[in-house]
Design a binder for this molecule. Sequence first.
Ligand SMILES: Nc1nc2c(ncn2[C@@H]2O[C@H](COP(=O)(O)OP(=O)(O)OP(=O)(O)O)[C@@H](O)[C@H]2O)c(=O)[nH]1
Ligand SMILES: [Mg+2]
Ligand SMILES: [Zn+2]
Length: 385
Amino acid sequence: MSRWDRDQYDKFDKKEKIRRARGRSSDKGKTVLADEFTRDESQWAEFLAKGYFAARVMEVHKRYLFVSPEATRGAIETSDVWLASVARKHLQAQQEERNFCCVGDRVLCLPEKITAAGQDADLPSCIVAHRAPRSAQISRLDPLNQDREHVLAANMDQLVIVASYIYPRVKWGLIDRYLVLAEEQHLPVVIILNKRDLLASQSAAFQAQCEEYISLYRKIGYSIYSVQAVDSSPTDLAIISDLFVGKISLLSGHSGVGKSSLINLRQPDIEQAVEQEEILRKGRHTTSFASLLRLSGGGYVIDSPGIRSFLLRKRSPIDLTWCFPEMRRFLNCCQYRECKHLEEPDCAVKQAVEAGEISTLRYKSYVGLLTGAEGREGRVRDLFI
Ligand SMILES: Nc1nc2c(ncn2[C@@H]2O[C@H](COP(=O)(O)OP(=O)(O)OP(=O)(O)O)[C@@H](O)[C@H]2O)c(=O)[nH]1
Ligand SMILES: [Mg+2]
Ligand SMILES: [Zn+2]
């Protein structure tokens, strides 16, 4: 075991509760702005000179995080794991996000002095003093409180959207929502359709529909690969190997689509748990926390728990149209400058849909995201953090 033992988590959790309870009264009444937590990396030098260290968030739990030192960008010491908690003064700040940090965040940490309580700790511990602004982030509306966002991961170099043909069946609307986020963040994106081996048992109509949609996304310009993580062919292995080299990739998608199985093909430093008996699965998540893993042969991946609800905050028609690359050229072509491309007369986007230049499937996703009518996939109830 290279990092930590699961049992240790609970032990630390208890200590953390005691520590918080002791400190609480003295902090009452303080207000700190959430953005005091964010500090540009150009301002980190003075902290580094005082004994702070730069680190990357590897995993976020309810009360604490795990971080690993990262002296220079991309050189994450994944075998050096620290137990971390966000500095208390920040925790009382008003915030627009569910958590202060998410996996992939670059943070500035101060090692904690060994106290009586910490002496038997198996991991060194530290306080997260600041977080760097994010270069990219993937977030949704928090299913527990839709006034705030839940950032799933940050600072990745690419988003890998994972879906399976069946079990569970591919939801193209969910893929479109991920694509909107990637476009907005200028993030390279790859779509993986997994479980190709199960396709042969499906109807010819379903197979033809999948083929049609795959060519549709290719035509728009997206990379989309059809693979199988079980009994993979050499081509599948080559696709997966090439995909992750030299980058930090976030893998996201529904539960059970095979995210962890695909990662395990590349031998991460910790083998990710995979659902053992697929037939028996009842919507339970096998991966419960997003974690950043180092792969043998280079590259890092963020394995994340399957997503059940994926509501996005509403965007203006102009912003949203821009996030559909095939619609971009019709921006400013409608009769009305403020055209939402819904019921307005002389709408260039709707004319393009009628002419078959924009697919009905993608236009429906646009309308759903604009009006919020189809803004959900599956159940809203969502249990993971
Ligand atoms: N037939 C077939 N089964 C697969 C394939 N890839 C993964 N599976 C199975 O699908 C099930 C779910 O795989 P996981 O890798 O745990 O899926 P996940 O996306 O990580 O799921 P969560 O962690 O719950 O989000 C497991 O039983 C895998 O063995 C595939 O290509 N073909
Ligand atoms: Mg998993
Ligand atoms: Zn229009």
